[in-house]
Design a protein around this ligand. Structure first.
Ligand SMILES: *Cc1c(COP(=O)(O)O)cnc(C)c1O
Length: 344
C-alpha cells in the first residue's frame, strides 16, 4: 500500500474539513511581544501551550528512535483512542474488530462514536489467533485493536500473529503498548516505516509514573499524524503536563531504574503467590500487574477490600471468571497483599 492510500481510509468529512487555526500555530518564528492570542500579559501560566508540543516530541523521538513527525500526544491514551474512531469510522456504518478480553476503553469509545464493535476471542490461555480476527473483518472494518502486553491478561501477543494482521488486514492496525516498558521483548515502533497503516499507542501513565498528568503517545506514519493534528483540540496537552513530561524525559534513566525495581518485585510476588493454596493459577505476565485465578474471586476481592487493599475484580470479564488483577506496588504494599492472602 502506498502511503497516500491511507487517506482513503479516512472519513470523507475529515478529509474535507479545514482545521481550526489557533494563534500560536499561525505564528512561526522568534518574537518577544505576543499580542495575538488575547492572553493576559500577567502571570506564570498565562500563555497558551505549544499546540504541537515540539520540545517534548524532540526528546521522545530520540528516546524511542522515531521521527518527531511520527508522534501525536494526547490527554492520556484515551484521546488518541477516541480520535481513531472519529477519524476513520463513519458512525452507524463502519465497524472495528478487537481482541477480547482487552482494555475496556476501545469498546466505550466505539459506543460513544456509534461504531459497531466486533470481538475476536483469545483462547483459554489468552493466546491470539490472527485468523479468528480476520474472520470478523468485512468491507466496513476500519480498525483492528490489539493490545500487547494485553490488559487484563498481562501476556504479550505472539509476534507472528500480529504480523499476519499487519500483512493481511487492509485497515488501520492499532497496537496498544501501554505496558511495553515492562515487557521482555521490544515493541513495534521499529516497524513503523514498514507499515503505514500501523498506529502504536504508548503512555506516560504506567512505566513513567505520570498517570496524574494525563499524557498519551500515538506513533504512526506522518500522514496519519497530520490527520490527528487536524482533528485534536488545538491545546490538548496543557503547559503543566508538558513541563512534567519534559522533566521525566530528562531523567529517563530514573524511570528505567524504577521499572527494573518493579520487575524484581513482580518476580518476588509471583513466587510468593505461587506457594499459596488459595491461588489456582498465575498467568504469565509481561506487564506491571498479575492476573491470578482463585476459586471465589468475589470473596477474595471483598476480603482484600475489607483490609484496605484494592485490587481489580475481573470475575465478570470474558474468559476471566475467578480472576483478580493485581498491580505490583511497593515492597511494603505487596507484603501487605501477600500477608492478607495467607489468612484467607
Ligand atoms: C493504562 C492503560 C492505558 C493508559 O491510558 P492513559 O489514558 O494513557 O492513562 C492504555 N491502554 C491500556 C491497555 C492500559 O491498560
Amino acid at each position: 500500500m502506498k502511503n497516500s492510500d491511507i487517506l482513503k481510509l479516512v472519513r470523507p468529512n475529515i478529509m474535507r474539513m479545514e482545521p481550526y487555526s489557533c494563534a500560536r500555530s499561525e505564528f512561526k518564528g522568534e518574537a518577544r511581544i505576543f499580542l495575538d492570542a488575547n492572553e493576559n500579559p500577567y502571570g506564570t501560566y498565562n500563555r497558551y501551550p505549544d499546540p504541537l508540543q515540539v520540545a517534548i516530541k524532540d526528546k521522545i523521538a530520540k528516546i524511542k528512535g522515531v521521527r518527531p513527525g511520527q508522534i501525536m500526544l494526547g490527554n492520556g491514551s484515551d484521546e488518541p483512542i477516541d480520535l481513531i474512531y472519529r477519524i476513520f469510522c463513519r458512525p452507524g456504518v463502519d465497524n472495528v474488530v478487537a481482541i477480547e478480553p482487552s482494555y475496556g476503553m476501545y469498546r466505550v469509545a466505539a459506543e460513544t462514536n456509534d461504531v459497531e464493535y466486533r470481538v475476536a476471542m483469545l483462547d483459554a490461555d489468552f493466546n491470539f489467533d490472527a485468523d479468528a480476527m480476520l474472520a470478523e473483518v468485512d468491507a466496513n472494518t476500519k480498525v483492528a485493536w490489539l493490545c500487547s502486553p494485553n490488559n487484563p491478561t498481562g501476556n504479550a501477543l505472539p509476534e507472528d500473529q500480529i504480523r499476519k494482521i499487519l500483512d493481511s488486514f487492509g485497515g488501520i492496525v492499532v497496537i496498544d503498548e501501554a505496558y511495553i516498558d515492562f515487557a521482555s521483548r521490544p515493541g513495534w515502533l521499529r516497524e513503523l516505516d514498514r507499515h503505514p497503516r500501523l498506529i502504536v499507542l504508548q503512555t506516560f501513565s504506567k512505566a513513567w509514573g505520570l498517570a496524574g498528568v494525563r499524557c498519551g503517545m500515538a506513533f504512526a506514519s506522518e500522514e496519519i499524524i497530520d490527520i490527528f493534528n487536524k482533528v485534536k483540540y488545538p491545546y490538548n496537552v496543557n503547559t503543566l503536563t508538558q513541563e512534567a513530561v519534559s522533566r521525566a524525559l530528562d531523567e529517563a534513566e530514573a524511570t528505567a531504574t524504577r521499572v527494573r525495581g518493579i520487575l524484581d518485585e513482580r518476580e518476588r510476588v509471583v513466587r510468593q503467590l505461587g506457594s499459596l493454596p488459595l491461588i489456582r493459577r498465575i498467568y504469565p505476565t509481561d506487564a506491571n500487574f498479575i492476573l491470578v485465578k482463585v476459586d471465589d474471586a468475589n470473596a477474595v476481592y471483598s476480603a482484600l477490600l475489607n483490609s484496605g487493599i484494592v485490587t481489580r475484580n475481573r470475575n465478570k470479564v470474558s474468559l476471566c471468571a475467578g480472576c483478580i488483577r493485581v498491580t505490583i506496588g511497593t515492597p511494603a504494599e505487596n507484603d501487605a497483599l501477600i500477608a492478607k492472602l495467607k489468612t484467607l
